[in-house]
Each structure stands twice: as C-alpha cells, then as structure tokens.
Write a protein that binds this ligand. Structure first.
Ligand code: NOJ
Length: 547
C-alpha cells in the first residue's frame, strides 16, 4: 500500500461523545449540541481527528437515543438540525469529522413507522417490522428473551400478532429482509452523508442479517449480502469511515466485514477483550479477576488476524462499559499512572484508537448506593429478573456498580465546581463526587496530567507512519505482568513496554528488545535504553524508538 494513500481514519484518533452527558449549554440538565460545539477547541487541542457522536436523533430516550423515533430530525433536548449543521461545519474547520451513530437494527416504538405498523396489517410499514402469529399454544412464537430483560416477543391486539424486539419492548426490530425497508434506510444514510458527516458507527450491525425463525440472530444468513448492498448504495465512492459494532465477531469472522475486497465496512468494534473478563454464567454482572495473559491473548490474536487485511479498532471504553481505569488499571493510588499506561498500550497497537469522553482525564466508575440513582433501562430490566431469581439487593448493586453502563454516563467532569461544570441546572444523572479532584481543568493545568499523554499519543500517530502501519509483533505473551510489543516499518522500530501491576518489578528483557533510542512517550520518567534487566515501576509504561 502507498503510504500517501492511507485513509485519514487510519491516522486519526477517534473520540466518542455521549451527548446527554457531555456539556449542557442551556441549564436543562441534559447535554446538547451547542454544548459540544463549545468544547470543540478542547477536542482539537487533544488532537482528535473525528468524533463518534452517540445518537442525537429525535427519540423518547428510553435507551438514551438508541431508540429512534425520527431518523431525520434532532432530539429537541439536544438542539436542532441547524445546530447539527453548525457542529459539522465548526468541527471541519478544526479538522475534525463527525461520525453519526446509525441505529437501524430497531427503531423506537414511537417511530411513525411502528405506529402505522401496529394499526393495520395492510399498512406498508407493517412489513418494516418482524411479526409472527402466535405459537401453537397461543403464546409467543418462541421463548427468546430480550437483552434488557423480559420476553423478546410482544403482542399487539389490533393486528393479532407478536412483534420481535431483541433489546426491549420499546425497541422493535426492523425487518431487514424487506427490500423497501432497506431502501428507506439507505436513502436516510445518504441524506446524512450529503450533510457532510464523516461516516457512521453502526449499532449492533451483526444482527442485521438475522433469521428469527431459525433463531440465528448474530451473524445471521443475510448479514454480508446486506452490508455489501448498503456499501454499494451509500458509502461507496465517499471518503468516509464506517465502523460496525458486533458482540459476536471473532478474529475468524472479522475479515468478512472489513477485508479489503469485501466492500462492507472499514473496521468493527469487537468485544472479545471485554468478554474475556466476564463470568461464564452471570456475564458482566460477575466479572472475573483481571488476568493479563488472557487479555493479551485476545488482543494479540486480533492484531495477528488483521495483520495484512482488515483493520482493528482499539478501545477499552464506551458508553456501554465501565470506566477503563477502574477495570484494567487502578482507580485509587495509581489512577493517573495506570490511566496513562492503558492509553500508551492501546494507542500504539495497529488500528484506530477511540477515546471515550472523560477517559482522557482518567475518569473512574461511580458508586451508587440506591437503585433510584441509576438511570439505565438495562438496570431496570435486569433488576426485575435478578430479584425474581432470588439475588440479594446488595449483590445486585455491587454488580451494577462494577459493570453497569451508568458508570460511563455520569456527566463529563469539566471542573471541580458545582455539577462538575457540566450544567448550571440539575443533571439528569448524578455527577461523580470525585469531580472535585478529577476534572478537565485540573488535569490540563498539570503538565503531567493524563490528557497530556493522550495529546502526545494523538500527535505521534499523526506524524509517525510506523504507528499507523508498522508490523506488530507481540513479546512475552505468557508474562502475567508485562504487556510488550514491537512495531516496525522500513527499518524504523519501536518497542512498547508496560508493567500491568501495582508492584515494582524486574523484567528479564528478551534479547530482541534490548537497545537504545529515543523515548516517545512515558508515564514514569523518560527512558533512553531498554536494558537486559529492566526495572519497571508500578504501572510504568513507555515507548522507545530504537536508534
Ligand atoms: C448497542 C448500543 O451501544 C447500546 O447502548 C444500545 O443500548 C444497544 N446497542 C441497543 O441499541
């Protein structure tokens, strides 16, 4: 590949904004688009190349916008279409693209299509959704349950059928087997692309090819046919980025989505590295103790699988996941250092890194003591289920605090002042009390703040082709405390070494890593050499370019 032909999104650092919790400009307690615009200089200074904007469409917000009622309008609490256009323009002048969230596995039950679909079997929109007659016993067609709890099938009297909703009853699934529906979606995508957006992050994309009758939902039989069609009809010939979210994709199936000749997506968000830490039975509600070897194995497998074809996304956080420093680092004594370590290790692998708002200042999980402090519909749904299974309330709260999605959704911590500087009103969800200490103002004022490391990493990526394209080689795969690898391109070679533990350790460096060079980034003092017997401080990480 010609280096100059590299697409912009391989050299860029992505940043996810969760609009509801980012910055509130009008004091209603809910973040909004003018609020995001007011922070563009902050993001530009961080070195961000594009923003993945979680959904801003009109929505009843049962799932904070992942339940869309109108694909061609902005939720009034977030602003107007004019505000959105201004965001795109203002971002562009700072060299930042806006990537929209495309949620087309389902709509809101308040979408006009669904209202018409429920009123009559004759309405064309009826066929936009997945309906089935009752099973032989008069009940639902099968006993599939929904991701957010309860059954996946829901009865509508007026049409005498059940509709399928894999997430919640408020999020009826669209029937992708219907070509008219697909044409509507492509038309809508082009409408946004023509407004100048930089691409799409596609929600649960691996569910689009499902076949409910054979219960093949993830990576179903029609998936790649539809993604190829979508590409032809919308993305082809445009200089945009596409990232598909998939909880099912593996290193083996990834090339089917983002292989060079597939004509589907540029990359996928995979979750194997997240799921490796979950319990086999209770999933994320009962995480396993962190195991570095297991974690590395997953990430290294992904690096290997997409070495020559396809492209990785690099992330540990998003709006569905707990705060990365609380899960993989140390959110107490070593918070700052371990937050930087995670950034160094993730951003220097091969792929496009994504930062989730607040990650760049080392924001941590929040502790909620009462159920009524949570806002996530998943907590609501799971609570009912777990109580029915006899789980104790304190165990449920412990799981929710550890793994719940609200950890990522409490407001961005801008200052140590009232409501963390997020709003002048009452926030829709409580701020984390630790904003007094952890906030953007304090972090930026500190030359050794976490965000300084993120700025350095984004800058290195922009100017060093070896970070973008260099060959990735894992080192010490079985070491339970050290995460290390090299990158190499045209004779230029880097090593990245990190101590994933709270102890000072001595690393017996493999011969191939020993050498001298220039320190590119570090979190515990500069290094100009890698010795055979390398003493690493707790959570120390650095990257060295060999001479
Ligand atoms: C994945 C999104 O990231 C999550 O927030 C949402 O609840 C589900 N898809 C349903 O849209």
């Amino acid at each position: 590949m010609q280096r100059d032909d590299l697409p912009w999104w391989k050299k860029a650092t992505g940043y996810q904004v969760y609009p509801r919790s980012f910055c509130d400009s009008d004091g209603d307690g809910i973040g909004d688009i003018p609020g995001i615009i007011s922070k563009l200089d902050y993001l530009a200074e961080l070195g961000i190349g594009f923003i993945w904007l979680s959904p801003v469409y009109r929505s009843p917000m049962r799932d904070n916008g992942y339940d869309i009622a109108d694909y061609r309008d902005i939720a009034p609490e977030f602003g107007t279409l004019d505000d959105f256009d201004r965001l795109v323009t203002e971002a562009r002048t700072r060299d930042i693209g806006i990537v929209m969230d495309l949620v087309v596995n389902h709509t809101s039950n308040e979408h006009d299509w669904f209202k018409k679909a429920c009123a009559s079997r004759e309405a064309p929109e009826h066929a936009f959704y997945i309906w089935r007659d009752p099973g032989p016993d008069g009940g639902p067609p099968n006993d599939r349950t929904a991701i957010f709890g309860g059954p996946a099938w829901h009865w509508v009297e007026a049409v005498g059928q059940y509709y399928f909703a894999y997430f919640s009853a408020h999020q009826p699934d669209l029937d992708w087997q219907n070509p008219d529906l697909r044409a509507e979606i492509y038309d809508m995508m082009n409408w946004w692309l023509d407004r100048g957006i930089a691409g799409f992050r596609m929600d649960v994309v691996s569910l689009l090819g499902k076949d409910v009758d054979t219960d093949r939902l993830e990576e179903g039989p029609y998936l790649h046919e539809y993604l190829q069609e979508m590409h032809r009809q919308t993305l082809a010939g445009r200089d945009v980025v596409s990232v598909g979210e998939s909880w099912a994709v593996t290193p083996r199936t990834a090339p089917l989505y983002c292989g060079r000749d597939r004509g589907e997506l540029d990359m996928v968000f995979q979750f194997n590295h997240v799921g490796q830490g979950w319990d086999e039975t209770f999933g994320k509600w009962k995480p396993k103790p962190f195991d570095l070897v297991r974690f590395k194995r997953v990430l290294f497998d992904w690096q290997r699988a997409l070495t020559d074809d396809g492209w990785n996304s690099l992330f540990l956080s998003n709006h569905d996941l707990p705060r990365q420093v609380s899960v993989y680092g140390d959110d107490g004594r070593w918070r700052v250092r371990s937050a930087k370590m995670l950034a160094i290790v993730m951003h220097l692998m091969k792929g496009t890194p994504f930062v989730y708002q607040g990650e760049e200042i080392g924001m941590t999980n929040v502790v909620f003591e009462r159920l009524d402090q949570f806002r996530d519909l998943e907590i609501e749904g799971r609570y009912a289920e777990m109580m029915a299974q006899g789980l104790a309330m304190e165990d449920f709260l412990a799981g929710a605090n550890l793994s719940g999605r609200d950890n990522a959704r409490v407001p961005m911590q801008w200052t140590g002042g009232p409501q963390a500087g997020f709003t002048t009103g009452t926030p829709w969800i409580e701020v984390n009390p630790n904003h007094a200490e952890i906030n953007v103002a304090a972090d930026r004022a500190d030359p050794d703040g976490v965000s300084a490391t993120y700025r350095t990493l984004a800058g290195l990526r922009r100017r060093m082709p070896v970070i973008v394209q260099g060959h990735f080689a894992p080192v010490t795969e079985d070491d339970p405390r050290v995460f290390a690898y090299t990158r190499e391109l045209d004779g230029e070679r880097l090593a990245v070494i990190a101590n994933f533990s709270a102890e000072a350790i001595v690393f017996q460096t493999p011969d191939e890593l020993v050498g001298e060079g220039e320190c590119l980034v570090a979190n515990a003092g500069q290094r100009t050499a890698i010795e055979a017997r390398l003493e690493l401080a707790p959570y120390e990480a650095f990257a060295l370019r060999y001479r």
